[in-house]
Design a protein. Structure first.
Length: 264
C-alpha cells in the first residue's frame, strides 16, 4: 500500500471519528462518555463542539490536499501545528485534570501516525518537523509544572454551596446530621464551572465516579443522599436542567455568592 494511501486512510478515519462525535453531541449521545471528555467540554464557553468541528475541518483538508502535490509544504506545516496543539491538550489532561478524553487520545494517535508518515519522506527539509516535536514536548512539560486556575469536580461526592444561601445551609446541616462523606466546595471556587454548564443556582451536588451526575436544589440533593429506592436520576453535564426555584438560590440575581453578612 502506498504511503499516500495510508495517509488518506488515516485522514478518513479521523474524519469519521470527528463526524461521529459531532452527530453524537447533536443527538445527546456522544461517542466519548468518560469524565475526561465532560471536563474538557466544560472548560470552554462553547463546550466541546469547537474541538470536534476543528477535527472535521482538519481531516477534510488533509484528504483534499493530499491529491495536490503543490500543497505538500502546507500539509507539513498544518500537520506540525496539529501535533503541537495535541501536546497542549494531552498535557492538560494528563497533568491537570488527570483524566483522558478518549476522543482526544484517538485523534492524537491518528495525527501522530500521519506526522510520522510525513516526517520519514525522503529528500525533504525536516526543520518544521523538528520544531513541531520540540513544541509538542515543551507543552507536555509545561503542563506538568504550570498551574491553571480552573476548578473541576474531584472524585466522589461534592456539594457546591454559598454562605448566604439558606437552602445550602439546610442541606449542609442535613449532611452533618446524617454523617455523609461530602466534600464542601464554596461557590466562589466553582462559580466558573457552574456558569460554563448553564447552571445559575446553588446548592449543587456533584457525584463523580465513572460519569458525572448533577443534582440541583435542596429537595433533589436530599432525595439523592438520604432516601432509599428513589428513582431520581442526576442530569449529565451540559444537559438542560429543570430547577425548582423554591429550594435553590440563583447566584446571578440573589447575590448568593456574597458573604452572608453582605446579602440583603
Amino acid at each position: 500500500m502506498k504511503i499516500k494511501t495510508i495517509f488518506r486512510l488515516l485522514s478518513v478515519i479521523g474524519l469519521a471519528l470527528s463526524a461521529g462525535e459531532i452527530y453524537g453531541i447533536v443527538v445527546s449521545s456522544p461517542i466519548c462518555k468518560t469524565s475526561g471528555c465532560l471536563i474538557v467540554g466544560q472548560i470552554t464557553p462553547f463546550g466541546d463542539k469547537p474541538f470536534v468541528i476543528a477535527g472535521l475541518i482538519l481531516f477534510s483538508f488533509f484528504i483534499i490536499s493530499s491529491f495536490y502535490s503543490k500543497l505538500s509544504s502546507l500539509i507539513d506545516f498544518v500537520i506540525s501545528l496539529s501535533l503541537i496543539t495535541e501536546g497542549a491538550l494531552l498535557g492538560f489532561q494528563l497533568f491537570y485534570i488527570r483524566d483522558l478524553c478518549t476522543i482526544c487520545v484517538g485523534i492524537a494517535i491518528i495525527i501522530g501516525l500521519m506526522f510520522l508518515i510525513r516526517f520519514f519522506r525522503k529528500g525533504i527539509d525536516r526543520t518544521v518537523f523538528y520544531m513541531a516535536i520540540a513544541g509538542f514536548a515543551a507543552l507536555i512539560l509545561l503542563s506538568r509544572v504550570l498551574y491553571i486556575p480552573i476548578w473541576y469536580p474531584p472524585q466522589g461526592t461534592s456539594l457546591i454551596y454559598s454562605s448566604s444561601c439558606p437552602h445550602c445551609d439546610n442541606i449542609i446541616q442535613k449532611i452533618k446530621t446524617g454523617g455523609k462523606a461530602v466534600k464542601m466546595i464554596n461557590l466562589k471556587k466553582a462559580r466558573g464551572f457552574l456558569i460554563n454548564n448553564g447552571i445559575k443556582s446553588v446548592p449543587v451536588l456533584i457525584v463523580k465516579d465513572k460519569n458525572i451526575r448533577l443534582f440541583i436544589g435542596e429537595n433533589q440533593i436530599a432525595k439523592q443522599l438520604f432516601k432509599k429506592n428513589t428513582n431520581i436520576n442526576g442530569s449529565k453535564m451540559l444537559d438542560e436542567l429543570k430547577l425548582d426555584k423554591t429550594d435553590s438560590c440563583n447566584f446571578e440575581t440573589d447575590n448568593c455568592d456574597l458573604p452572608a453578612q453582605s446579602s440583603p
